[in-house]
Design a protein around this ligand. Structure first.
Ligand SMILES: Nc1nc2c(ncn2[C@@H]2O[C@H](COP(=O)(O)OP(=O)(O)OP(=O)(O)O)[C@@H](O)[C@H]2O)c(=O)[nH]1
Ligand SMILES: [Mg+2]
Length: 139
């Protein structure tokens, strides 16, 4: 609390390097793309991480809630402008028929879909399978 998120990210990477961890995951708190200062914070977090470990982060996941439908496109526009995104995760496909929007996003922003969420259990966060996904759209 009351600490700059970018410096928390820097300390995280620093600790991971010093203690020899293989992976460090930085999970940012949810933010509305309309909050300019929070979007700028993402850019700053990336810069801080890169300062401690050049070329890091090695993966940046944008997690989109499938139930938001077309609003996900608006979110992707702003997030990819604030920081380079390397892959998408699409959650809540169990509660929505709107998951098809992610195909447009993936095509428009040239970002692959890596994970999908189909429920709240850990085993329900799954690796994206494009064939199964397309089949499910036509069921
Ligand atoms: N039904 C369903 N629920 C999900 C899925 N993914 C996440 N949830 C639920 O959605 C709620 C929010 O999930 P979080 O992981 O906290 O979402 P978040 O994006 O990290 O939220 P913030 O950090 O607050 O922005 C939790 O109750 C999750 O269990 C999914 O694929 N299907
Ligand atoms: Mg969260």
């Amino acid at each position: 609390m009351n600490t700059d998120p970018a410096s928390v990210a820097y300390e995280t990477v620093n600790k991971a390097i010093e203690e020899g961890y293989d992976v460090a995951i930085i999970d940012t708190a949810g933010r509305l793309h309309t909050k300019v200062n929070l979007m700028q914070e993402l850019t700053k977090i990336r810069r801080s991480i890169d300062k401690r470990l050049p070329n890091a982060p090695h993966e940046v996941l944008l997690v989109l809630d499938a139930t938001t439908g077309q609003n996900a496109i608006e979110q992707a526009t702003h997030f990819t402008a604030a920081t380079a995104v390397s892959a998408l995760a699409l959650t809540k496909l169990d509660g929505s028929a709107k998951g098809g929007v992610v195909i447009g996003i993936s095509d428009q922003f040239k970002v692959p879909i890596k994970y999908i969420g189909v429920g709240e259990g850990i085993e329900q966060l799954q690796i994206f399978n494009k064939r199964a996904f397309v089949d499910s759209l036509f069921e």
